[in-house]
Design a protein around this ligand. Structure first.
Ligand SMILES: NC(=O)C1=CN([C@@H]2O[C@H](COP(=O)(O)OP(=O)(O)OC[C@H]3O[C@@H](n4cnc5c(N)ncnc54)[C@H](OP(=O)(O)O)[C@@H]3O)[C@@H](O)[C@H]2O)[C@@H](O)CC1
Ligand SMILES: Nc1ncnc2c1ncn2[C@@H]1O[C@H](COP(=O)(O)OP(=O)(O)O)[C@@H](O)[C@H]1O
Ligand SMILES: [K+]
Length: 497
């Protein structure tokens, strides 16, 4: 689990590392540039490439100058270094590295105004103009320069963060370098994980520059990043004497006449994720399809709802394809009135809550809401930006004592303790109908099997994305049904260390 930092906290981690390692700030810059170069050499080993490096006069520019020197030493001799000379201010390490670069046989050009910069053909462009020190929108010559560079044809690589993109918080303007690859130091910036960065970052990579991890762990941040190793720590193998009765009974309340498919998807996903027993409370017209598609699942008729023994179930998943009819509304009311263990609330169940906020009071503690962006806004009101949505989600998950799974490229899990976990797995090949229904089935299944809700949600969200990612190596698009088939194999792979 990696703690994610703001720009200010990263600067504090830089400062702490410099004093406590101890290491000179110029040596830390050297280390950062070296980490950048390692990735660069791997990706662009051809020494004949024509490269432009654009540097500012702060520490991001300092990095650029070290990178220029290191490229020269590595045998790249078609490198032109440009310095944006728009202000008197310059950092000490920038100056030191300018002197060091001047010892080499490299060409350095100063840009006094963006208009002086002619269009230059190049293969690669390295953007080291501004980094995490950005403190206002780019204006004047800065804005003109960035817009001009964006029109250049070379493959653009940003150092630490694309120039003009704030590390966190709202965009300040649209004058931002559109990078093809961003190589960030120590941690991804929070904005990399949100759709707002998408026009500016095609791909990002993080390199370790040896900042003090103990210090980072001690900083206070609600944001975390989780990945395979975190899940592998607690995924449980089946035990010798376990039987279906010990592995939880899940009830899926889903489907309407026109949307039985969603009910089948979540039920099958629940079963294939390992719940001991799965019962589907679906419209009667879906029974044949259920028996054909998931013969292992049981059926409970909606006509017999008055006879249901709610205590039989460890968890209920409700919502996929449920519709927002009067009948669906009654079902949700019944579930909320009678079931006191965690409920996984998705899709139309969320839409029904949005129509009747009074019901929110009935949601059992530690339940899980799994909205996509639109469902989230229906439930909690319109938001103008992702950062506003994050603020609401942090607040509402604490207030309602529930987990909110806000689905996205990097799905966010908000906890009743006020933490936001970003999931690392997933692929755009998963962007197709039914994928969320599968996730609901998986979360429900993990809770049924006895994982603590937080772990169940993390395990399901990660393995869902991981399965999609693996299939995306072989498939242009990953249909939800294919992902379901993959679940037991993926869980096994994660279980075997
Ligand atoms: N030891 C370390 O700390 C390490 C740091 N490292 C590297 O340092 C980078 C951070 O460097 P940095 O703090 O010097 O800031 P940087 O982004 O170069 O900006 C420079 C100055 O630009 C100015 N400015 C800001 N916004 C502006 C705007 N819109 N338009 C015009 N000007 C604007 C602002 O000056 P001000 O406005 O305050 O006068 C700011 O101070 C980081 O991303 C990483 O690459 C690594 O080497 C690892 C070790
Ligand atoms: N670009 C993407 N990258 C990674 N995961 C994605 C992407 N697009 C969608 N997903 C995942 O697919 C699922 C879609 O859920 P949802 O929007 O509820 O779909 P549906 O309503 O069709 O079932 C979510 O888990 C989401 O994280
Ligand atoms: K940059």
């Amino acid at each position: 689990m990696l703690k994610l930092l703001t720009a200010l906290q990263t600067r504090q981690a830089d400062d702490y590392t410099i004093v406590n390692e101890p290491i000179l700030s110029s040596e830390l810059m050297e280390r950062a540039a070296k980490a950048f170069i390692k990735v660069f050499l791997d990706r662009f080993p051809d020494r004949k490439k024509h490269i432009l490096i654009f540097c500012g006069k702060g520490n991001n520019g300092g990095d650029g100058l070290v990178i220029s020197r290191m490229l020269f030493d590595e045998g790249y001799h078609h490198v032109h270094t440009y310095i944006a000379d728009f202000s008197e201010k310059q950092s000490e390490d920038y100056l030191l590295n300018l002197e060091r670069l001047q010892q080499k046989d490299v060409s350095i050009f100063y840009i006094n105004q963006a208009a002086d910069l002619e269009f230059i053909e190049s293969d690669l462009i390295i953007d080291a103009l501004l980094g995490s020190g950005l403190n206002k929108a780019l204006q004047g010559e800065w804005e003109k320069l960035v817009k001009k560079i964006n029109k250049f044809s070379g493959f653009k690589i940003s150092v630490d963060v694309p120039t003009g993109l704030p590390c966190e918080g709202e965009l300040l303007s649209e004058a931002i370098i559109k990078s093809d690859l961003t190589i960030a130091f120590q941690r991804p910036k929070l904005n990399f994980l949100l759709p707002i960065s998408s026009p500016y970052i095609k791909e990002w990579k993080v390199v370790n520059i040896g900042l003090d991890e103990n210090f980072i762990q001690s900083t206070s941040s609600p944001y975390f990043w989780f990945w395979k190793a975190d899940i592998q720590k607690y995924i449980k193998p089946r035990q010798a004497f376990e039987h279906k009765g010990l592995l939880g009974h899940a009830l899926m309340v889903a489907g309407a006449d026109e949307t039985i498919g969603a009910a089948l998807l979540c039920t099958e996903a629940c079963h294939r994720s390992g719940a001991g027993l799965t019962t589907a409370l679906i419209p009667e017209m879906g029974l044949r399809a259920l028996n054909a598609r998931v013969p292992e699942a049981m059926y409970f008729s909606r006509n017999n709802l008055d006879k249901i023994d709610w205590l039989k179930y460890e968890v209920i998943g409700i919502g996929p394809g449920l519709g927002v009819s009067e009948e669906s509304s009654k079902l949700l009311n019944e579930v909320l009135a009678n079931f006191k263990k965690p409920i996984v609330i998705d899709a139309d169940a969320i839409n029904l809550l949005a129509q009747n906020h009074q019901l929110m009071k009935l949601i059992p503690q530690k339940s899980v809401l799994t909205p996509h962006m639109k469902e989230f806004d229906r439930l909690f009101g319109t938001h103008d930006s992702w950062w506003e949505r994050i603020e609401t989600a942090l607040k509402k998950s604490v207030e309602l004592k529930v987990y909110i799974v806000l689905k996205n490229r990097y799905t966010m899990i908000f906890t009743p303790e006020g933490i936001c976990y970003f999931n690392s797995s997933g692929s755009p090949a998963m962007a197709s109908g039914g994928m969320g229904d599968v996730l609901t089935g998986m979360i429900t299944s993990m809770i049924a099997q006895g994982y603590a809700v937080e772990k169940a949600v993390q395990l399901a969200v990660f393995s869902h994305g991981y399965a999609g990612e693996q299939l995306a190596h072989k498939m242009y698009v990953v249909p939800a049904s294919n992902l379901i088939k993959q679940i037991p194999y993926i869980l096994r792979e994660l279980m075997v260390k």
